[in-house]
Each structure stands twice: as C-alpha cells, then as structure tokens.
Design a protein around this ligand. Structure first.
Ligand SMILES: [Zn+2]
Length: 348
C-alpha cells in the first residue's frame, strides 16, 4: 500500500490572516490575542513528545510497559467527537485554564464538522484518531476490517483537519487485537489506553456532572496520576470539566500535554475513500440543508460493513473498558442513543 506523509501546508505556516480563508463565513472570528495565564490556572506543566516508532503503547489499565507520568501528573483525553455543542464547551473550559488535551476523534464525526476539527487543533490541542465509524469492537472483527476502520478514520480526520494529525490511536471500547496492534506497530502509531475512566457516558441524567466530578476526583485521589478518559460528546463532561480543572489545580495536580515527534502518514487508497465519503456527505447536506450536522451519516463503502457490530448491552458491563454503553443496560435505549450520536450505520 502506498503510504504518504500529508503534504498540506501547516496552519501555522499559512499565517493567522489566511485562517479566515479556511473557515466558512459564519465561523470567522478574530484571532484572539494571547491571554495571560494567571497563577490560578493549570497551564501545562510539561510537554511530552512521544516517539511512536514501532508503536509503543501507553495507559496502565491495559499496557504496563511504559509509564511516563510522575506522581501528580495527569493527561486529559477526549474521545468520540467532535460534537460542536459539547466540544466547544470543553475547549472553552480548557482555555480558561490555559491547558491542553488530546482528542481522539471519530472519522465520521470529523467529516461532519471539519471546522470544529480545525478549531481543536488551532487551540493547540493534539488530534489523534479513534476509527472511522466507532461501530466495532476491533478485538472481535477480522484484521482486514480493523485495518479499514483504523486507516479510513485517520484519512478522514486528516482530510477534515487539512494537515497531518498525531500518530496516536485509541481503540473504541478499548477493545484491541493482536493483528491490529501489529498493524499499528508497522505504521508507527501509538495506542493509548487509560488510567482513570470518567464513565461520563453513564451519567446522562440529572446530577450527571456531579457524578463525573466525584468519580474522577475519587479515582485520582487513589491513583495520584494517569491518563484521564472523557468524551467530548457527553454533556456531563462538558458541564463537569470546569469544576474538575479547578479541583485539579487546587489539589496540586499537573497537566502533561502529549505531542508526537513525527506526523501521521496516510494510505492513498483510504485517502481516496475518505474523499468520496466527504463528497457524499456534502451532497446529503445540500439535499437536506436543514438536517442536523454531525448526527447522521449515510451508508457508504467505508461504513458498509460485515463483521462484529458494537457489543450487546449487558448489565454486567465492566467499568474497566471504555465505551458508549448506557447505565441502564436496556438495548433499546442504547440503540436510540447510538443512532442519535453516530447515525444509522451503527445499527444495521
Ligand atoms: Zn469511543
């Protein structure tokens, strides 16, 4: 397969003035002057540039071989987006603390709102990938299906962003497999598991933000450090994050920002497929301009899939794996929720 390094000019190289050219008229706004970060903000205590050569894995919940965090250090990660109405709140909360996170985006979501993808990067956060559709537990599909989900996701997010992302990947539901791991290794992509799970997808009712806040701070009080998992599509995280960041600061935690030493490469055939999907998406929007953005996705070659769908819901769902599974354990609710977030491709 032909692998290539993205050759787009970087956003920084284009200069702030020309950034306006990249955004639709409705989303143009002045570039904010750098603000002073007071002593009451978290800021970034340390930036760790990860060398992804050979695909080293991180996150002690699953992978024990590397631990780059000292006591009191946390990494903020946000999965499944972007979803503008919640991602924007997450970005604003991070900005108020002058701090940075890593966003593991879903390909379909990225192509549904490319401007939001660019906004995340423009604010200095790291963008990684989290498959094309988030439809599968990759641990239960064929290696071919896993490769397609991984590579089409990367190509789609890079197409949306307009420049290479970081070679950082997170398995949906933290469900990995040997062959996919070997593929990541060959592609020099690091897989990131987690240390602390906000379980924000379980806290969707009243009081959800309180639950997320208490859960994260209680777990951190015990573990004292780690990679934190949130979802920037979850209202509970969007609401709880300002308080969580305040509490991290008050309790002396330090934020570590992850960056990559090298850029993510893409595979030509998946770039083509991503471009086709993006073009089909534009057609759908043009045909039904009032349809909500980022919530529906037509079936296409990339999503028309055979294989093991996302997991059935069980009451005994373990909190040790990341996922979108609801608290209730009721399959119908789960199907509705998945449809509302990721579109029909989740359920067929
Ligand atoms: Zn996810």
């Amino acid at each position: 397969m032909a692998i290539r390094l993205g050759s787009w000019p970087t956003l920084a190289a284009l200069g702030a003035a020309s950034l306006f050219l990249l955004l639709p008229a409705t989303e143009q706004r002045p570039v904010q002057a750098a603000k002073t970060c007071g002593s009451d903000t978290l800021g970034v205590a340390r930036t760790v540039a990860i060398d992804t050569t050979g695909g080293p894995r991180y996150g002690l919940m699953q992978y024990k071989e590397h631990d780059f965090l000292a006591d009191g250090e946390v990494v903020l990660t946000f999965d499944d987006g972007p979803m503008r109405r919640h991602t924007q709140a997450v970005l604003d909360a991070l900005e108020r603390h002058c701090t940075k996170g890593t966003f593991f985006m879903v390909g379909t979501m990225a192509l549904s709102d490319p401007a939001m993808v660019r906004e995340v990067a423009l604010r200095g956060h790291t963008v990684g990938s989290h498959t094309w559709s988030h439809r599968y537990q990759l641990g239960k599909v064929t290696p071919q299906r896993a490769t397609q989900e991984i590579e089409l996701g990367i190509s789609a997010i890079q197409l949306a962003l307009g420049e290479p992302i970081a070679p950082f990947f997170r398995f949906p539901f933290l469900s990995d497999q040997k062959a996919a791991m070997a593929h990541l290794g060959q592609r020099n992509i690091s897989a990131f598991s987690i240390d602390v799970d906000s379980l924000d997808y379980r806290s969707r009712g009243p009081g959800g933000a309180d639950q997320v806040f208490r859960r994260v701070m209680a777990d951190l009080a015990q573990k004292r450090k780690g990679i934190l998992l949130f979802h920037d599509i979850q209202p509970s995280t969007a609401a709880a994050l300002p308080r969580i960041l305040d509490a991290l600061k008050q309790r002396g935690f330090k934020v570590v920002h992850l960056t990559a030493k090298s850029k993510q490469t893409t595979v030509a055939e998946y770039d083509q497929q991503a471009a086709q999907e993006a073009s089909r998406r534009k057609t759908v929007i043009a045909t039904a301009p009032l349809s909500p953005r980022a919530v529906t996705w037509p079936m296409g070659s990339g999503a028309a899939a055979t294989g093991t769908p996302a997991p059935a819901i069980t009451q005994g769902w373990s909190p040790t794996t990341e996922g979108q599974k609801p608290v209730s354990g009721r399959g119908a609710d789960d199907a509705d929720w998945r449809r509302s977030v990721f579109g029909n491709s989740f359920n067929d």
